[in-house]
Design a protein around this ligand. Structure first.
Ligand code: HEM
Ligand SMILES: *[C@@H]1O[C@H](CO)[C@@H](O)[C@H](O)[C@H]1NC(C)=O
Ligand SMILES: *[C@@H]1O[C@H](CO)[C@@H](O)[C@H](O)[C@H]1NC(C)=O
Ligand SMILES: *[C@@H]1O[C@H](CO)[C@@H](O)[C@H](O)[C@H]1NC(C)=O
Ligand SMILES: CC(=O)N[C@H]1CO[C@H](CO)[C@@H](O)[C@@H]1O
Length: 400
């Protein structure tokens, strides 16, 4: 522990030194908005600033080169990085996701959310995939991760790739590529991902606990949280369009339904009809009547933990009008009607700028899709680790 503290102190000092001596410091600042040693802009600073300022530097690998590499890390990625090292890699990923998607379309939202939780915490380095060990609490064992899924999908893909090119393709690349392919199958836009990410040797449970945005965050919380990773208002409204697919459990919005913020009233921003639907879906006494539980599955791949919402874990399916209604616009049209599932979703309507982006996306699906491809690309390139830093894990849940 002492050693780690000492190491991060050293790293910070080193960073300051480099920042002071590096003539390109301005470019760096512009390209890596979540670089830690500069204070966030004051209008984002409200609640998060203290946490951000104490954000520890990462301590993967050795110190030499680490911080130089991390100045504009996404620039070290390369399109089709595996073309010689493992030419089949991207095809294996796509085919495996397709195979699973044909049985469990929920693989798409699961992987999309997994990318968000990975990239948001110390960059897209597969840190979210690590299991806890005696020495390290893992991100996946923190409250915001309670309903994360898709770990086993990544394991299946990784195993298939390891068979043809062992030790070459990183878990971090597999995750962003698989999520991209799943999104495409779910009707989302395509974006060309560069590769060459490396995997972390750490998982950051504390950061995951405190830094992931809260579903009960108000607009300023959400803007501060995602803003701290370099996303502007337009991009934030756009990114939340990811909530067009997948499912949200009642516990993520329960307190909007009856006693919102201790008022003994439901959240007034909720459309009444939608409120009743949510109450109905989440009412334990109504659900107590036995709903048929899914039949036990025989093959391991047919389970994947993607069984739909259950009576123990009820919730709302986000694309309940079906994927044919198009990835994106339904989410924004619902916000216009007071039908955002999360408080944080609905809050996008209270800001002048965020509200006009909601209206823009609600009425123009191609605008939304074009922007979404860009913001997903940006998300997938956040603070990546590239050689010589990090490592390529053999098993995505364990440090190699
Ligand atoms: C303010 C920002 C965000 C908050 C507060 C938030 C919160 C949540 C919560 C609470 C859930 C439901 C968990 C559950 O009840 O099981 C959820 C689901 C989901 N989130 Fe977010 N999220 C945010 C941003 C994002 C972003 C940026 C993405 C991706 C780009 C994303 C993708 C998803 C997806 C796809 C699901 C559905 C997962 C599934 O069905 O398995 N979210 N989010
Ligand atoms: C700051 O966070 C606290 C809880 O952590 C919350 O009660 C408060 O409303 C937040 N303040 C602002 C300005 O968002
Ligand atoms: C509503 O919430 C407030 C504050 O959390 C609490 O004091 C009050 O007892 C709650 N009311 C009911 C009816 O549960
Ligand atoms: C469930 O629904 C019944 C009847 O509408 C209502 O009286 C009760 O308060 C609800 N309970 C919960 C926990 O939502
Ligand atoms: C998928 C997963 O690993 N979920 C974990 C999230 O964190 C909780 C603790 O808060 C664990 O109980 C879950 O197993």
């Amino acid at each position: 522990m002492y050693c780690i503290k000492k190491l991060s102190l050293l790293t910070i000092l080193l960073c300051i030194f480099i920042a002071l001596t590096n003539p390109n410091a301005d470019t760096v600042r512009k390209n890596s908005p979540s670089v830690l040693w500069f204070p966030p802009p004051s209008h984002f600073a409200r609640n998060l600033s203290s946490r951000l300022m104490s954000w520890p530097q990462r301590h993967d690998g050795d110190l030499s080169g680490v911080d130089l590499e991390r100045r504009d890390p996404a620039d070290s990625l390369e399109y089709d990085y595996y073309r010689e090292l493992c030419p089949q890699a991207e095809k294996i990923i796509r085919e495996t996701v397709r195979r699973i998607y044909s049985v469990h379309s929920r693989v798409a939202p699961a992987l999309l959310r997994l990318v968000f939780h990975d990239c948001f915490i110390e960059g897209c380095d597969a840190s979210v995939l690590l299991d806890s060990t005696e020495e390290m609490d893992a991100e996946k064992d923190t409250p915001p991760n309670e309903t994360l899924k898709g770990f086993d999908v990544i394991d299946v893909i990784k195993a298939e790739i390891e068979e043809v090119c062992p030790g070459v393709v990183s878990c971090a690349d597999i995750l962003v590529l698989a999520a991209r392919d799943g999104l495409l199958m779910a009707g989302g836009p395509f974006y060309p991902l560069s590769t060459g990410r490396r995997d972390s040797t750490q998982s950051y449970a504390d950061l995951a606990t405190y830094q992931l945005p809260s579903p009960y965050g108000d607009l300023s919380d959400t803007l501060a949280s995602l803003g701290s990773r370099g996303f502007n208002e337009r991009e934030i409204v756009n990114l939340l369009g990811a909530h067009s697919i997948g499912a949200i459990h009642c516990k993520s919005f329960q307190s909007r339904l009856y006693n919102f913020s201790g008022t003994n009233e439901p959240d007034p921003s909720l459309d009444v009809g939608f409120l009743n639907l949510m109450r109905f879906k989440c009412n334990e006494s109504l659900l107590a009547s036995p709903s048929p539980s899914p039949p036990p599955s025989s093959s391991s791949e047919s389970s994947f933990g993607f069984s739909s919402l259950t009576s123990e874990e009820p919730g709302i399916v986000m694309n309940y009008e079906g994927p044919s209604s198009g990835f994106g616009t339904l989410y924004y049209r619902r916000l216009l009607q007071g039908q955002g599932v999360l408080y944080a979703d609905q809050q996008l309507m209270v800001g002048e700028d965020t509200g006009s982006w909601v209206r823009a996306y609600a009425s123009d699906v191609s605008l939304f899709r074009g922007d979404f491809a860009e913001t997903m690309l940006k998300l997938s390139n956040l603070q990546v680790l590239t050689a010589p830093n990090g490592q390529v894990r053999r098993s995505c849940s364990k440090v190699a």
